[in-house]
Design a protein around this ligand. Structure first.
Ligand code: SAH
Length: 510
């Protein structure tokens, strides 16, 4: 025991869509020393945990209880008593069939501090994402949520199927898809309407979201035929018919497409989110990690801050380079005017946008967002560059094209290394495993360095998986590794890549 007071947060992780986690829930993950998560809480949230936080998987899929409930309770009490901040993440809402009540009681009995952070329950979010309003004034004025976990043919079942059969309004069942046949026949036996519309929504709100509709008398057979497995929410009621008009989520262009994002983790989320918003099932496998320059590179980088203002041009060939440079610059300088009169060149709009974050404009952006394109732009758009001084801020190992071209043009060129990319070898969210087991429709690459590093992880890209690339340099790296590029962005930007991906799936691969 330490004198620090620990606390355990019982947090609802929502139904799966990362946008449906509460702000408070996210804060609890960020500040946790220990995160205990279960099968239904989105594993991508673990990326928000601070480095070194203990991440514990607590199960559970129906038959696969990773840690029995007693063990989980002990764990929560033990870690909290040690003075740690413990965040217990549970799918949906922790108190809706989530055993959150039991865990809170254990914490209370042990005399440790706890707080409950509600989450969006799949019982309402699942239907909502399938276009089914659980209440609607034209349909019902009552909502019943029950569990199908208990076998209806067992004496000890506490579910009164007679009551379920006759309860007015919408009924939502969590768990129990595996025994849907037994449950629907129990309801039918008790006088349920065989034509009552029923909707099943599985992996609701996630990239694997799927819906199946039928009636009380047909749904079990349909589910069996379609191999429609847990986790699913089952909605009984005429509200299911509203889906015809209200089904918004399933109409998005990348729906059901499993797409791998290989960007470095700190950059991945924006791209992933754009894909997810279009309905894609995104697997984030960050192939690279951005690290500071090391050794003499680091010294040179720090030293260049003193003389940066004296160059005619500053050149940035990636947003990372711009970010690292200006962060370092403004650590030692307090006034933006100290950058002097130098002009600024950026390889593309994303780099220019990063520079703009520091309230600085960009004087040159090439039409083609490559080193070659930038060299062309200097040659064609800037007039004479002979004897001008330039500082190129770049990644370690960048291609020599730009320096060769500029040196040839008699530029007095200095280069500094702002960062290096190293292979990302950890897999905290199980994404690599998921890719290996389930495969993907598409793997995306947004820089040449991710290509080699992705393949270095030993991950295969089968022929059936299309490769999308952000631009010609990245495509060349894919090509060199013997893989064909199916999609290339017209402009080397994320929005352009997304457009090309949508076109690809729309045209020939729906
Ligand atoms: N506390 C959770 C429910 C836990 S019980 C909540 O409030 O949502 C587990 C059951 O929840 C699953 O068997 C399934 O019926 C349902 N469930 C949870 N997440 C789901 C999802 N994304 N899609 C469909 N059903 C889900």
């Amino acid at each position: 025991m330490t004198d620090k007071t620990g606390i355990c947060y019982l947090v609802g992780a929502g139904p799966g869509d990362p946008g449906l986690l509460t702000l408070k829930g996210k804060e609890c993950i960020e500040k946790a020393d220990v995160v205990v998560y279960d099968y239904l809480s989105n594993p991508d949230f673990l990326r928000w945990a601070k480095p070194g936080a203990e991440l514990i998987y607590a199960g559970k899929k129906s038959k696969d209880h990773a840690i029995p409930q007693g063990g989980i309770n002990e764990l929560l009490v033990d870690r909290t008593q040690k003075g740690l901040i413990v965040t217990r993440l549970k799918g949906g809402d922790p108190l809706v069939f989530g055993r959150g009540g039991e865990e809170a009681e254990e914490l209370y009995d042990a005399g440790v501090k706890f707080e409950i952070v509600p989450g969006i329950s799949s019982s309402i979010a699942g239907p909502a994402y399938a276009g089914i309003p659980v209440t609607h004034r034209d349909h019902c004025s009552q909502l019943t949520i029950f569990t199908g976990h208990e076998r209806p043919d067992k004496d000890e079942s506490s579910i009164d199927y007679k009551q379920i059969a006759h309860a007015p309004g919408t009924k939502v069942m969590l768990m129990g898809v595996e025994r849907l046949g037994l449950i629907t026949s129990s309801i039918l036996e008790e006088g349920g309407d065989p034509d009552l519309p029923v909707g099943l929504v599985r992996w609701a709100t996630t990239g694997q979201h799927e819906t199946l509709t039928g009636t009380l008398s047909t749904i079990a057979e349909l589910a069996e035929k379609r191999n429609f497995k847990a986790p699913a929410v089952c909605v009984f009621g005429t509200v299911v018919e509203c889906r015809e008009k209200l089904n918004w989520f399933e109409k998005r262009p990348l729906r059901g497409k499993r797409i791998v994002v290989t960007r470095a983790q700190h950059q991945a989320s924006r791209f992933s989110r754009m894909l997810q918003d279009l309905g894609a099932d995104v697997i984030e496998i960050p192939a690279i990690r951005i690290e500071s320059a090391k050794g003499s590179d680091a010294i040179e980088f720090a030293e260049c801050m003193a003389s940066a203002h004296s160059y005619d041009w500053l050149i940035f060939t990636s947003p990372n380079a711009a970010e690292r440079f200006f962060d370092a610059f403004f650590q030692v300088r307090e006034d933006a005017r100290e950058i002097g009169g130098c002009r600024i060149a950026a390889v593309g709009p994303a780099t220019a946008a990063k520079i703009k974050e520091y309230h600085l404009g960009t004087d040159l952006i090439p039409q083609v967002h490559t080193a070659e394109g930038l060299a062309d732009a200097f040659a064609n758009e800037v007039g004479s560059i002979e004897n001008t001084t330039m500082l190129w801020v770049r990644a370690k190992g960048a291609s020599k094209t730009l320096s060769e071209r500029l040196n040839k043009a008699q530029v007095i060129l200095d280069e500094v290394i702002a960062y290096e990319t190293v292979p990302e070898d950890s897999d905290p969210t199980g994404a690599v495993k998921r890719y290996e087991t389930d495969g993907a429709d598409m793997v995306t690459f947004t820089s040449a360095s991710t290509v080699d590093n992705f393949l270095d992880l030993g991950l295969d890209i089968p022929e059936t998986t299309a490769i999308a690339s952000i631009g010609p340099v990245t495509s060349a790296a894919v090509d060199e590794n013997g893989h064909p590029v199916a999609v290339e962005a017209r402009e080397s930007t994320l929005p352009s890549l997304i457009e090309a991906i949508c076109d690809y799936f729309e045209q020939s691969h729906a």
